[in-house]
Design a protein around this ligand. Structure first.
Ligand code: SF4
Ligand code: SF4
Length: 394
């Protein structure tokens, strides 16, 4: 089913892994304790021992065609039990960062994951563009406000400060651009994963529900590790529901969401739910990372901090904006609106196609490819492997 080509090792691979947070891969002496304790590893997709070996040998091309790094949900059980403190859980995480940077054809992801200065610099550059758009005399925002007379300074008239038509158009352009970037990176990932597979199309069609179900639910996470798996999965599910609802309100329903009156309507109810969920779950994640209590929060790469912190700030500024608007305080409303966008837009532009957010698509895609391979193998019976749970249930 697969046609293996000779693959040359990348002698710099361990260094690249280090740059992405995988410091201890050399300590592994291949005892396989980690694979034995991993609750998601099975007879067909045994990990993380094999991936530790591929990393030690610098076989990055093998890792590029291996879905296993994405089958790990980072419970940390393997790291707790590793007799050599090789931290296989964090190494799998570092592999996912490395792979994300390889899928990205622009090369930006590589720079962002390797350097906190690049990450902060790119976020700051996008933020500066937003500030300019609001503050330049010829632009909208304060420029428009100064041209529109004193009325908008005595009462909140958000539509004068940030005309909904302009913001709506900007949102849609941004959403289409981000989707194209993310999908093109996902297409590269898919091409790598399947480049040596000779699997008939019908298996891709019959296993397609895996992609949809895993994308919507990430439900494999609840099987990950001991008691924390279920808790982390539920929290993640709420978090995703919060920002999917908020993203949809802003990109699709902005004319019904950004309204001048402060009465309660269906968009505001959804907005309240999304804000509450974002606030609680991101604060909880940041606290968990500070406490370093659970396996998955013991080590935090700077990219692990940025996403929840930016989401938390987005929720807080969203609440402040709403309060100032309800209290009819014009200048605080306008300023908070600008600050809110200064946080939200860079977060989306940087994190969705190039950063941590992308795992929401990459992980289901890898699970899908793994399920397709398992199903095809079971059907053809060409290898005596234990059946994989991946092809058994979507
Ligand atoms: S990572 Fe640790 S537990 Fe896993 S094979 Fe290596 S030494 Fe053994
Ligand atoms: S972190 Fe958890 S899911 Fe990932 S390889 Fe280790 S034991 Fe398995």
């Amino acid at each position: 089913m697969t046609n293996r080509k000779a693959i040359r090792p990348d002698l710099q691979f361990i260094n690249h892994l280090k740059e992405n947070g995988g410091e201890d891969v050399k300590k592994c002496f291949q005892c396989a304790t980690c694979t034995a304790v991993c609750s998601l590893s099975d007879g067909e997709y045994g990990f993380p021992r094999k991936q530790m070996l591929l990393a030690q040998w610098g076989l990055k091309d093998r890792l590029l065609e291996d879905p296993a790094p994405w089958l790990c949900f980072y419970c940390g059980d393997c790291s707790k039990r590793c007799p050599r403190q090789a931290d296989p859980g964090e190494t799998m995480m570092a592999m996912r960062r490395y792979l994300t940077s390889q899928y990205d054809w622009t090369g930006l992801s590589r720079l962002l994951y390797r350097s906190v200065y690049w990450e902060i610099g790119v976020l700051a550059a996008v933020a500066a563009a937003i500030v300019l758009a609001f503050t330049l005399p010829a632009g909208f925002g304060f420029g428009l406000l100064s041209r529109s007379g004193p009325a908008a300074l005595s009462n909140v008239m958000l539509d004068r400060f940030a005309p909904v038509g302009i913001v709506d158009l900007g949102d849609r352009i941004m959403a289409v651009t981000l989707a194209l970037l993310l999908l093109s990176n996902a297409a590269r990932m898919f091409a790598w994963l399947t480049r040596d597979d000779k699997i008939p199309l019908r298996f891709y069609i019959t296993q397609f529900p895996h992609l949809i179900v895993q994308f919507l639910t990430q439900k494999r996470w609840k099987e990950c590790g001991s008691s924390e798996g279920m808790r982390n999965w539920v929290r993640h599910l709420f978090l995703v529901s919060g920002y999917v609802i908020m993203f949809t309100l802003v990109v699709v329903f902005l004319p019904w969401f950004q309204v001048n009156d402060s009465s309660i309507h269906w968009t505001s109810l959804l907005g309240y739910y999304a804000t509450a969920v974002l606030l609680v779950s991101t604060a909880w994640i940041v606290l968990d990372r500070m406490r370093k209590g659970s396996g998955m929060h013991r080590f935090s790469h700077f990219s692990d901090w940025l996403f929840p912190i930016l989401l938390l700030l987005a929720a807080l500024t969203g609440i402040l904006l709403h309060l100032f608007r309800v209290l009819d305080m014009p200048m605080p409303t306008y300023l908070t609106y600008m600050i809110h966008l200064v946080i939200v837009v860079p977060m989306l532009v940087v994190e969705v196609p190039f950063g941590k957010w992308a795992h929401l698509l990459y992980r289901p895609l890898a699970i899908y490819v793994a399920a397709v391979r398992s199903r095809a193998r079971e059907y053809s019976g060409d290898e005596l492997t234990a059946p994989s749970r991946l092809s058994a249930s979507a």
